[in-house]
Write a protein that binds this ligand. Structure first.
Ligand SMILES: [Cu+2]
Length: 654
């Protein structure tokens, strides 16, 4: 994470080579090195990897599993014959759907004979999902497909007739204005391959809606994609009727249908919109956009030379093919779909030219289905200014910013000298198969700084860490509730049935160790084959009620303490970004350690093994979803409803 003069791509390659050769077993570096998160959200508990069993044990177990794999594959009938991979190059994997040929017999004997310690893949072993380099697909899973029909956008549509997606454009709206927002099919070219995907108004990300604080706008939504849809206004404390949740606040909008939203923006900051129907498909295929709400105060933020939106996404591509989605139910239900092509603002490579000494304000949103990022700017000094729904009590210098799906942060970065700064995602990768962790750096783009000095020069203002007294005063009212006992306790866990035998065997061993946060998919084969028919993610309350069976009410105007515990002993422990609609909340403590610098949030990451206390300002009446924002976890049931009953007894939720 230093300033570089070389092409960042080279840095990336150099980094990945270096990390591979220095591949250690359970290094105690990665997570600790990633001091991450704006300090208030720093995991008191990114206590590195908790190792309860060594990698040796895991390797032995993996060996045993592979030996059993012929049994496993005998029990699981392949639905589709395995085929030859089309390329074993940089992105290993085969085209889908699979072509001719095959023989499960041959696969079986291969599998049984497979050298468990070898990380090389025989060339005739099929790998329907791209596996990370050095990670073979578990032989017991070879030839299996998820028990769902494949779905990709625009089946039967001639791509040539579709408009080419464009980049996001700013749409400035005033109080009372109306916007037509159309979800539609588009063509997108990514890394030279053309795919049929979705976009709002032909743009990816969708139009950047820029409005003054307290504006109310009308959005005429037109659903012109091939699935039912809605629009959810993420983080906005709006009228419950326009929250966009099918079955709760509205009916889903059928393909070809329309819906009119009235959206009021009471809080300044950065928000986003996306469908609340099959997010695993619709959001992943391009339906997302930002809303930037401007405060009337001219010095709401410290001065900056320039503003930039950074929308982080990842796309799962196998060579020149999108990995299809499950039609009846989400696939990748264990970990969520983790893409192998990282994009910023819809493109694989972000570039910005800046002047020397320029202060750039980045509004960052993570719209990925499952991936958590640890973002930094080539060593350029970075100040975290604001989070989901407000500014921080105090600005703080941070080495990097961690964003779970749906989270937003606003950071100011000063590029002090000329040269090239790599924008990177530096994380700790995990290989579930080998039981190994290793540092990994992905370059998302570069900021090229020329020698011309920036004017005006904001060096002095940048060096000052401001206190936002208005935020502190607002939060002061809630401080008396910080230590009250929880009103509601939720445990995060998972239940599974009918998963492939090899997956079950593997996972039973795998939980011998865990990472507080999984930054990559360390088991894409097992993950792909799991659907929400087999995996049910669970929020369980103190009465043993689960998900939508939880009966949870609060009075409008009350302050609700929600304690969430992420059970490390579950079948597949994993972090969950928990999102509450229509209200704002504070992360008051993590594992009993009080947060020192507070910010209003709508999404909070709950690392594995952690207990997080949230204080909800239940100000907005209505029926509001609380759910995991990993799209496939939501699709696998991980949601409940907080009913905020109107102060006048007029709440619709009784
Ligand atoms: Cu989750």
């Amino acid at each position: 994470m230093t300033r570089i003069d070389a092409d960042p791509r080279e840095l990336f390659l150099a980094e990945s080579t270096r990390t591979r050769t220095r591949h250690e077993r359970f290094p105690m570096t990665g997570a600790r090195a990633q001091g991450v998160v704006p300090s208030t959200e720093r995991f008191a508990s990114i206590r590195d990897i908790r190792v309860f069993a060594g990698g040796v044990v895991l390797r032995m177990a993996a060996g045993l599993l592979l030996a059993c794999s012929s049994l496993a594959s005998a029990q699981q009938k392949p639905k589709r014959p395995p085929t030859k991979p089309d390329s074993m190059g940089g992105m290993p994997g085969m085209r889908m759907p699979a072509a001719k040929s095959d023989s499960s017999k041959k696969t079986k004997s291969k599998a049984a004979a497979h050298d468990t310690m070898s990380m090389d893949m025989p060339h005739d072993m099929p790998m329907p999902v791209p596996m990370p380099k050095g990670m073979p697909m578990i032989p017991g899973l070879v030839g299996l497909t998820p028990p769902v029909t494949s779905f990709l956008p625009g089946s039967g549509v001639d791509p040539k007739r579709l408009p080419l997606a464009t980049t996001s454009r700013i749409t400035r709206l005033k109080n009372g204005d109306t916007l037509d927002l159309t979800a539609q099919l588009v063509r997108r070219t990514i890394k030279g391959h053309t795919f049929v995907m979705y976009a709002f108004n032909g743009q990816v990300p969708g139009p950047l809606i820029r409005v003054p604080q307290n504006a109310t706008i009308t959005v005429r939504f037109h659903n012109r994609i091939d699935l039912p849809s809605t629009v959810h206004w993420h983080g906005v404390r709006l009228d419950n009727r326009f929250d966009g949740v099918p079955g709760l606040t509205q009916d889903s909008v059928r393909a070809g249908g329309d819906f009119v939203y009235t959206v009021h923006f009471p809080d300044a900051g950065i928000y986003w919109y996306h469908p609340h129907v099959r997010e695993d498909i619709e959001q992943a295929m391009g339906l997302y956009g930002n809303v930037l709400v401007d405060s009337p105060e001219h010095d709401y933020y410290a001065p900056a030379n320039r503003e930039q939106m950074l929308v982080l996404d990842d796309l799962l591509i196998n060579a020149d093919t999108l990995i299809p989605f499950g039609k009846e139910a989400p696939d990748f239900a264990l970990m969520g779909r983790v893409g192998n092509v990282l994009t910023v603002n819809g493109e694989p490579r972000y570039t910005l030219r800046a002047k020397r000494g320029e202060v750039v304000r980045f509004f960052i949103t993570n719209v990925s289905s499952s991936r958590t990022y640890n973002l930094s700017f080539g060593g350029a000094p970075t100040k975290v200014v604001a989070g989901d729904v407000s500014r921080f009590e105090r600005e703080e210098r941070v080495p990097s910013v961690v964003l779970a799906p749906a989270e937003r942060y606003v950071v100011d970065v000063r590029f002090e000298s000329s040269g090239k700064y790599a924008v990177v995602n530096a994380i700790q990768a995990i290989n579930h198969y080998a039981g190994e962790f290793s540092p990994e750096v992905d370059t998302l783009g570069a900021v090229t700084v020329d020698a011309t000095p920036a004017a005006p020069d904001y060096a002095k203002q940048f060096a000052t860490l401001r206190s936002n007294d208005a935020v502190a005063r607002d939060i002061e009212r809630f401080r008396p509730f910080f230590d009250k006992p929880p009103d509601k306790t939720l445990t995060l866990t998972v239940a599974t049935n009918a998963l492939p035998l090899a997956t079950v065997q593997f996972m039973n061993v795998d939980t011998a160790y865990y990472a507080p946060v999984e930054w990559v998919d360390g088991m894409p084969d097992m993950n792909w084959l799991s659907t929400s028919k087999q995996v049910r993610w669970i929020l369980r309350d103190e009465h043993g009620k689960e998900n939508m069976d939880i009966d949870w009410h609060a009075q409008q105007g009350s302050v609700v303490k929600l304690r969430i515990f992420n059970d490390p002993k579950s079948f597949h422990p994993m972090q969950h970004p928990i999102h509450l609609h229509g209200q704002r909340m504070l992360v008051v403590s993590r594992d009993g350690v009080p947060t020192k610098n507070l910010v209003w949030k709508d999404t909070a990451i709950i690392p594995v093994g952690s207990t997080v206390d949230l204080l909800i300002d239940a100000s907005n009446p209505g029926d509001w979803m609380l759910h995991c924002h990993i799209a496939e976890h939501l699709g696998a049931g991980m949601m409940t409803v907080l009913h905020v009953d109107g102060a006048g007894g007029g709440g619709k939720s009784r």
